[in-house]
Design a protein around this ligand. Structure first.
Ligand SMILES: [Zn+2]
Length: 511
């Protein structure tokens, strides 16, 4: 019998801290449902004390998710922990994950606390958390640069206080595999009652070693890995869930553990997270990149056709490639449409919104005939259907582009309910469209990124555009999709402006 490897997904917390990747409550719920379908053990749903929106998101997920443990992050102070405790109260299984920094540089410069005070605060934090749940996780922030004797001391103290999971994060991505594994091994040897708790790792990818470090730690005794879909996360990101899960599964001869993950849900999860956050997946990304299972070279192809195992160590269908079934078409009715949305975890609030969504679906089906799950997710993200922030709305567009002529865009939009019309030229039709919008919005933003991806294959696929805007240090990603990429671009730009308009600052804890 192998040990269980607990998969702790933090896409909704650490992943959301990627620039511009903030998600709405409904988007988080859709991702949480997909994580549950994938059989993730623990879903870190957010940081409840960050803002009212974060609290509501954690609580909504705690209410909806039945199979996975739902966790909220909390700094080691009473207010954070009580907010987390309230947010996870409806969960079938709820966890509070509290943390405090333990490296000399963080204790001295950031916390301005002595090591004794840090231990005392950590123990208090576990006590508050246990008023809400027995499932308490403790993280020593910046453990990767902390003194090992101090880690032994603080972990001993929090285990006595009742922590059940001990996380040893490499917060700044500074560790290398052998050394990190040695740290984990030493802690397990030296911390009293280390066999009574689960040892966990959380690695950042600043040196491209997050997955390697996590797997080395598993060989040294770690039994929980914190990770994210597509490796999303602060800076260079986190360990990627799909790589951890598939490494352990493919090399079952090496690893003494197994996860519960339904791997066929990996590609759908990757697509969903990419679509919602506006972070495309690079084509050569392991497991979920478009090329991960493509064989270009003739020699390889011949080998693969004759006998797949010559060059393939995994099967594409095992991670969910090809699961992208045709789901609905032009003649699908309202009930089939609604049923499929429910299966995907897309909840549409009112009957009026459902009617609007169905009308959009019919319009889309007329243009592209075959509708896939990703099209439905894109449709659900459409502002008109989930109008969380809706200062600007696109009404109609007209573009003119011809070889040798200056491209022109005419745009009609509503701003705060009032319809306005504008016109601009540009170096291309997208540039002209953005300039026309700016002549109304005068947003004072800087365009940091513009990217177009096809949602599904074929020239009739919807184009999905991501626009990243910055203003006064705040960064947002806007998304828009349409079979016409210029229209998709205008929608994405307005979506980003709406997010900036909606405001909301929040705390970004670094674990
Ligand atoms: Zn982190």
């Amino acid at each position: 019998m192998k040990d269980a490897l607990i998969i702790f997904d933090t896409t909704l917390r650490d992943g959301e801290q990627s620039p511009g990747a903030s998600m709405t409550r409904d988007e988080k719920l859709r991702i949480a449902r997909q994580l549950e379908r994938m059989r993730v053990d623990v879903i870190e749903a957010g940081f409840a004390a960050a803002s009212n929106g974060d609290f509501e998101a954690v609580r909504t997920i705690a209410e909806a998710i039945k199979e996975s443990t739902v966790c909220s992050l909390a700094r080691a102070n009473e207010n954070d922990i009580r907010r987390s405790g309230e947010a996870i109260r409806p969960a079938a299984r709820g966890r509070i994950h509290t943390f405090i920094a333990t490296s000399p540089i963080h204790m001295e410069k950031k916390l301005r606390m002595t090591p004794d005070q840090v231990v005392e605060q950590a123990v208090k934090a576990i006590g508050w958390a246990r008023e809400y749940t027995d499932d308490v996780e403790f993280s020593a922030e910046d453990a990767g640069r902390s003194d090992i004797d101090f880690l032994v001391r603080i972990f001993d103290a929090v285990i006595k206080a009742g922590a059940k999971t001990i996380n040893v994060p490499d917060t700044v991505g500074y560790n290398v595999p052998e050394q990190y594994a040695a740290t984990i091994r030493t802690l397990i040897e030296r911390v009293p009652n280390s066999d009574k708790v689960i040892w966990s790792v959380h690695c950042h990818n600043d040196l491209g070693l997050a997955v390697s470090n996590s797997l080395a730690a598993v060989m040294a005794g770690a039994r929980q890995v914190e990770c994210t879909i597509n490796g999303l996360g602060e800076r260079a990101g986190n360990a990627s869930l799909e790589e951890i899960v598939m490494a352990v599964r493919t090399r079952a001869d090496v690893f003494p553990v197994e996860s519960r993950i339904d791997t066929t849900q990996i590609v759908p999860a990757s697509r969903l997270v990419s679509q919602i956050t506006g972070y495309p997946v690079q084509p050569n990304k392991a497991i979920v990149g478009a090329n991960a299972f493509a064989h270009e070279s003739g020699i390889h192809q011949d080998g693969v056709l004759k006998h797949r195992e010559t060059y393939e160590i995994m099967r594409a269908e095992d991670v969910g490639w090809g699961a992208n079934k045709l789901v609905l078409g032009k003649h699908s009715g309202r009930n089939a449409f609604r049923a499929r949305l429910l299966e995907l975890g897309i909840e549409i609030g009112s009957e009026e919104q459902l009617n609007l969504a169905f009308a959009r679906f019919k319009e889309l089906a007329d243009k592209k005939h075959e509708i896939f799950d990703q099209d439905l997710h894109a449709l659900a993200s459409d502002e008109a259907i989930t109008p969380e922030f809706e200062h600007y709305r696109l009404v109609s567009t007209r573009f003119h582009s011809e070889t040798g002529e200056t491209p022109l865009a005419e745009i009609t939009l509503t701003a705060g309910g009032r319809e306005t019309h504008s016109k601009s030229s540009g170096s291309g039709p997208v540039d002209a469209a953005f300039k026309a919008i700016e002549s109304v919005a005068a947003s004072g933003t800087e365009l940091l990124l513009y990217s177009v991806n096809a949602i599904t294959t074929g020239t009739d696929a919807q184009g999905e555009v991501t626009v990243r805007l910055a203003r006064d240090g705040r960064i947002v990603n806007g998304q828009g999709s349409d079979t016409d990429i210029i229209v998709a671009s205008a929608k994405a730009y307005l979506n980003a402006l709406n997010k900036l308009h909606a405001g909301s600052e929040k705390l970004n804890p670094q674990v």
